[in-house]
Design a protein around this ligand. Sequence first.
Ligand code: PLP
Length: 457
Amino acid sequence: MLQITNHMPTEDLRALDAAHHLHPFTHGAELKEKGVRIITRARGVYLTDSDGNEILDAMSGLWCVNIGYGRTELAEVAARQMRELPYYNTFFQTTHVPVIALAARLAEIAPEGMDHAFFASSGSEANDTNIRLVRHYWAAMGKPDKQVIVSRKNAYHGSTMGGASLGGMQPMHAQGGLPIPGIVHIDQPYWWGEGGDMDPAEFGLARARQLEQTIEELGEDKVAAFIAEPIQGAGGVIIPPETYWPEIQRICDEHEILLIADEVICGFGRTGEWFGSQAMNIRPDIMTIAKGVTSGYQPVGGSIVRDTVAEVLNAHGEFFHGYTYSGHPVAAAVALENLRIIEEEEVLRHVREVAAPHLARAWARLGEHPMVGDVQSFGMLAGVALTPDKERRAAFASPKGTVGQRCRERCFANGVVMRHVGDRMIVCPPLVITPEEIDTMVDRAWRAIDETFEQLR
Ligand code: PLP
């Protein structure tokens, strides 16, 4: 057997990766041309690559490492649980202590009346569960025609057939015949990019009312649910105008539509509350969770379900649905330890009182750059639009994403991982980041943006 270790030369590791590894969300030709970056270790907010470079991870991996890297308590809990009960399932009237404890803990931190959890291993799987769950719920309620789920263009809800269909990413839909039937997409509440002459408040209402128009067009008896993130993450950190969510809530209530809040990014402290729904003051019927529930140390996803919905499901026979790893004991034990750390180290308070206000101030400095518009942050999520003309909120003449991609490359060269979505640059750092580290992150982001600007001149 080949012995492959961190100590091998980067070029050898690259060659093996190129020979055997098909990467998710990666352009094959670019991978070949530029080579793959190999991350070998991480601690706190810093990654180390195979050439020994230290990079500040302003994306928390993929929006997930909320408590930062290198927390050995989680490794110890995992090892202990593996020794005691490495696996057992939760099908067919069985359970185990870690999953009981995790479900009970989630009920404590979730909004009132949301005391039930269905587990999966990822956000995509959890959203697939949600499609089946809401349709099954309405059938059990004697309304089997309530099947359609309304989502939004440019939303991201995962990469399975169901998750990608709920998502509103056109390039994903173009591959493999998506979306699946019964999913309808309305426009997103992205004022800077799409608000035209409206003011943000007006625009927020207009975008929310598209939900009502869609329900009226399709018929209330056909629409099962509306799904959205409290703040869109992968769509480009899009913080809706303040008028948006109250109007969505009113519409869901008045038309008997279940509200699914996808909390995969917003959950577990990202907004300074346990859930983004609390920060946005909304009352979901289902919350999708993943990522921050374990800070990415183990794969856990799930649906936190309102009691009134769970009671109907429980009263109507068997829900023919589940995953081998639903409520995996090792993953559940790690999730619990992560939630303990968030609680005991007062991470939510750190976000609310220290990190988020500091991020907002430091991030605002980017707005002084001539190529930066729409400087936004909420909790520990922040984004800016790169623009050739901030007054007109203009887009670049080059194909969308060209400038963003360049900037992302300059980020790596400057020792910071930021992501680009089209020509928006976004960050989502570990919640435990210090004010000094935030300053370093923003300084590096500024340099990356400025070098991109100079390249374009
Ligand atoms: N929902 C949202 C809001 C996400 O951001 C993601 C992933 O980025 C998902 C769902 C899918 O989660 P996963 O990648 O764990 O399947």
